[in-house]
Design a protein around this ligand. Structure first.
Ligand SMILES: Cc1ncc(COP(=O)(O)O)c(C=O)c1O
Length: 470
């Protein structure tokens, strides 16, 4: 009997008894049923109890870019795995070669695609590339990798060592040496007060850290072009030109983590393309195959690839890295079909247009509710930062964001939020709907949030100091 044929109560019981959910405190499930999802079509998902939701989180973790139920992608996977499901990526396969070419057409200046199967893994590989270059070219110097406060780069130990989210890291030290944090660039939370040149000042903080560490020790800086899980932080004006200048000055590689911002999410093919950034390394996952199959990529320039072409004196200078599942052909087959859908349906453009529309509507909510301190984002990656005091911008406690997300869900809308990532700033709601979003769906998102904020205002809870971060 197929699992879909089981009654809801049985699926839920099996889940409760046997499955360990990610990022979840299971004691909660003693008092409530676990959420079990069973179906998705377009922008909607259904749980095992038959409740349907508009999913403004693209699968909970910003990844189902083209939406659910795409027969075309399923067919592409099926056809490919029947022909050849796998061969180790020490060799090539047809879909991997074809997808690499198509992907690079969207990334002028980039030249090589190295496959993996998750965002964390792609970032790990990028870090290994930087370290190997440090060894081969700089006598072991230039091995340090700088990362930004608030940015997330993954769950594995090196990726977490490069993550600026203290609550996410809390239990997992000691961390890998050679990863160094520099300050965030969230203008709403400016470290310099209300200044007109915040972007440049924030970039200068990176230079200070490079100088403190010693430029000859720093090999690369890793950034999200728009910080996603760390609170949807759009870079301030003047930030990127100054950052690029600094990296050039100290011969530091730029690694853009486009795991969330890639594949049309922000209204361009890649988030870094909004800002004229010229990366040396780009990592991709999530939306690359809209999560119909696990696949990630490390994309590099030809100059960087050339560092691994041995001259006769050092034949060992190849990239000594391998991952079994990088050879699964389902990933690139799905990614190819995904790319065709994005192109044919003009979804990158839709992301830009619907993102602008949604942002404008969110601004009207901000004018209405003082609990909304800031709304920001690009394309269909948007954040709503919640505060308990407009003068001090004191963040609301995480319980408020949890409560709002729960209230939305009861009204048939799934939204995301900063999830136990920081000591104080788990106060941002995240909207990251599928890129096919229609105006009607956008209006539903706004109307639902409006109703929730109104109810919240009327409830005594919000007035209670227990809901304010202390
Ligand atoms: C910006 C960013 N980089 C990397 C990752 C890690 O990707 P994965 O969960 O596929 O390992 C994530 C996951 O949320 C992410 O948001």
């Amino acid at each position: 009997m197929g699992i879909m044929a089981l009654p809801a109560s049985e699926i839920i019981e099996k889940d409760r008894n046997h499955v360990w959910h990610h990022l979840s405190q299971h004691s909660v499930l003693k008092h409530q049923d676990p959420l079990v999802m069973v179906k998705g079509v377009g922008s909607r998902v259904w749980d095992a109890k038959g409740n349907s939701y508009l999913d403004a989180s693209s699968g909970g973790v910003w990844c189902v870019n083209v939406g659910y139920g795409r027969t075309e992608i399923a067919d592409a996977i099926r056809d490919q795995v029947l022909k050849l499901n796998f061969f180790a990526s020490t060799a090539g396969t047809a879909p991997a070669a074809e997808f690499a070419e198509k992907l690079l057409e969207k990334m002028p200046g980039m030249s090589r695609v190295y496959y993996a199967s998750s965002g964390s893994e792609a970032n790990e590989k990028a870090f290994k590339i930087v370290r190997q270059i440090a060894q081969q070219k700089h006598g072991g110097k230039k091995h340090k990798i700088l990362y930004r406060d608030r940015d997330y780069h993954g769950t594995t130990i090196a990726a977490l060592s490069a993550t600026g989210q203290e609550e996410r890291r809390m239990h997992y030290g000691p961390f890998v040496p050679g990863f160094v944090e520099f300050p965030h660039c969230c203008e709403y939370r400016s470290q310099f007060g209300d200044v007109s040149n915040y972007g440049v000042l924030a970039a200068n903080e990176l230079e200070k850290v490079i100088l403190r560490e010693g430029p000859d020790t720093v090999g690369a800086v890793v950034f999200e072009s728009i910080t996603a899980g760390g609170g949807v932080i759009t870079p301030p004006e003047g930030y990127w030109p100054a950052v690029m200048e600094i990296c050039k000055k100290y011969n530091v590689l730029i690694h853009m983590d486009e795991v969330v911002c890639g594949m049309g999410r922000t209204g361009k093919w890649f988030g870094y393309q909004h800002y004229g950034i010229k990366p040396d390394i780009v990592t991709l996952a999530k939306g690359i195959a809209s999560s119909y199959a696990p696949i990630s990529c490390v994309v590099t320039t030809e100059a960087l690839f050339d560092e691994f072409i041995a001259d006769s004196s050092d034949r060992a200078a190849y990239f000594r890295d391998v991952s079994t599942y990088a050879g699964c052909t389902a990933g690139p087959a799905a990614a190819l079909a995904n790319l065709q859908i994005l192109e044919r349906e003009n979804l990158v453009n839709n992301s830009a247009q619907m993102g602008d529309y949604l942002l404008k509507q969110l601004v009207t909510l901000k004018d209405k509710y003082s609990v909304i301190g800031d709304v920001r984002g690009k394309g269909l990656l948007l954040g709503i930062e919640l505060i308990s005091d407009s003068k001090t911008k004191k963040p609301v406690a995480e319980e408020v964001a949890i409560k709002i997300a729960g209230m939305c869900m009861k009204k048939g809308l799934i939204i995301g939020r900063t999830n136990r990532s920081f000591t104080h700033f788990n106060n941002t709601l995240c909207l990251c709907p599928v890129l096919t979003l229609t105006q009607k769906e956008a209006d539903f998102i706004v109307a639902t949030l409006d109703a929730v904020f109104r109810e919240l205002l009327e409830s005594v809870d919000l007035l209670s100091s227990t809901l304010v971060e202390s």
